[in-house]
Design a protein around this ligand. Structure first.
Ligand SMILES: N[C@@H](CCC(=O)N[C@@H](CS)C(=O)NCC(=O)O)C(=O)O
Length: 206
């Protein structure tokens, strides 16, 4: 049995999309981070960093249960375990991993700060808004260049790099981004949104 501790946020939805793509059965445990459920001692015992997602797989590498935090590590685990959503060729796999790391190190943190300062901060801090919306626009530019002449972000095939990036781009309106200004990202975004597993994963938790 796989248990996913999650909430309706981009980092949580990366994992539900991957689980749906892999056609796995899993139990969803909603952790309402708007009500501080991530600080419950039972949840902190799973992730001392008080963040979703957390995945528990009763059938870990040695047959014993494994608990994983950090969405990038969880995606790599699922892809490697099931031999899917990850290129088999080493060169293509490294190519994919660098775009997964770009998501983890740049797309998520910068777009997340844009969300925070545009929507949730108790005061409008212009320096922070300019810094993070500027970084966000720059990152969309990088993705647009990368997707020029490519259907998917890396490895010539649909992968966990695409899955990791999509739920962040799905909130482009929160970031003040007009997708039409990034036509290659827009084309990729529409191809992603067409996938039934992506649509199902984006509905988790219900
Ligand atoms: N690097 C982590 C980030 C996870 C993360 O930021 N989760 C957010 C929701 S998207 C969260 O649980 N926030 C609650 C908190 O910070 O207290 C990952 O990719 O798993």
């Amino acid at each position: 049995m796989i248990t996913l501790y999650t909430w309706g946020t981009p980092n949580g939805r990366k994992i539900s999309i991957a689980l749906e793509e892999l056609n796995l059965t899993y139990e969803v445990r909603p952790i309402d981070i708007t009500r501080q459920a991530q600080f419950d001692p039972a949840f902190l015992a799973l992730n001392p960093n008080n963040k979703i997602p957390v995945l528990v797989d009763d059938d870990g590498p040695d047959g014993a249960p494994i608990t994983l935090i950090e969405s990038g590590a969880i995606l790599l685990y699922l892809a490697e375990k099931h031999g899917a959503l990850i290129p088999a060729d080493p060169r293509e796999r490294y190519d994919m991993q660098q775009w997964l790391m770009f998501q983890m190190g740049s797309v998520g943190p910068m777009l997340g700060q844009a969300h925070h300062f545009l929507r949730f901060a108790p005061e409008r801090i212009h320096y922070a808004i300019d810094r993070y919306t500027g970084e966000t626009a720059r990152i969309y530019g990088v993705l647009n260049t990368r997707l020029d002449g490519r259907n998917w972000l890396a490895g010539g095939t649909y992968s966990i790099a695409d899955i990791a990036t999509y739920p962040w781009i799905a909130r482009h309106d929160w970031q003040g981004i007009d997708l039409a200004r990034y036509p290659k990202v827009q084309r990729w975004f529409m191809a992603m949104a067409d996938r039934p597993a992506v649509r199902r994963g984006m509905e988790i938790p219900r």
